[in-house]
Design a protein around this ligand. Structure first.
Ligand code: ZN
Length: 217
């Protein structure tokens, strides 16, 4: 059974090393890994041979971490993007998914890698992120997201005079995950980062702080 947690503003920003150390003490694993996130679709598999006890950061720019070994916590930092934690029984992953991560299918890539590692996907948990109503895009970008992931179009069923160029990334990710398995339903934790002051939100306040999602075996 995997262990998961999502932090909020009260914990402090996980961009700061003292808060990273506090989080490491809190999760009680041998090591905790943070990523150099870049909205790409690269992942890194972490083993106990990598890094050192305590707080580690990847050398490469990656937007997902995977491990099949206990004693390692994987962290994803966000301030509007989706922190995605995947419990695959014997394998776990932390994934950073914004609009670009949705379009480059990093979550699908990670699920396929986990499958190759004989994971049985139990749950996909998504922590606090910006909701569809609070995420306007320019028209062309919105249309490209809607075209690929129809559920992300928040105007479905609304009158035309009430339409907007917002995209629901959570709904879009659900579409993507369904292309991997129809049985997998995303679980949502926490509220909208843009609306709720208890979360860091880059879009709401230009905040440079980040909350985290963390998973370990
Ligand atoms: Zn919202």
């Amino acid at each position: 059974m995997a262990r998961l947690l999502f932090t909020a503003r009260d914990f402090g920003s996980l961009t700061e090393s003292n808060h990273q150390s506090t989080l490491h003490k809190f999760v009680t694993t041998n090591s905790i890994w943070f990523m150099r996130q870049n909205h790409g679709n690269n992942f890194q598999i972490i083993t106990n041979k990598d890094g050192s006890p305590g707080v580690n950061r990847t050398d490469q720019e990656v937007d997902a971490l995977i491990t099949a070994e206990p004693g390692i916590s994987l962290a994803v930092m966000v301030a509007d993007c989706l922190p995605v934690l995947i419990d695959g029984s014997s394998v776990v992953a932390a994934v950073h998914v914004g609009r670009r991560g949705l379009m480059n299918e990093i979550t699908l890539k990670v699920l396929q890698q986990m499958q190759q590692m004989n994971a049985q996907i139990n749950s996909i948990s998504v922590g606090p992120h910006i909701c569809g109503n609070c995420y306007p895009l320019d028209e062309a970008t919105a249309k490209s997201v809607w075209l690929r992931y129809p559920s992300s179009n928040i105007n479905s069923g609304k009158p035309a005079n009430n339409s907007s160029n917002c995209a629901d990334l959570f709904a879009g990710l659900q579409d993507q995950v369904h292309s991997f398995s129809k049985k997998l339903q995303l679980q949502r934790f926490g509220g909208c980062t843009f609306e709720k002051l208890q979360y860091f939100s880059h879009r709401a306040s230009g905040d440079l702080g980040r909350q985290a999602g963390v998973i370990s075996l």
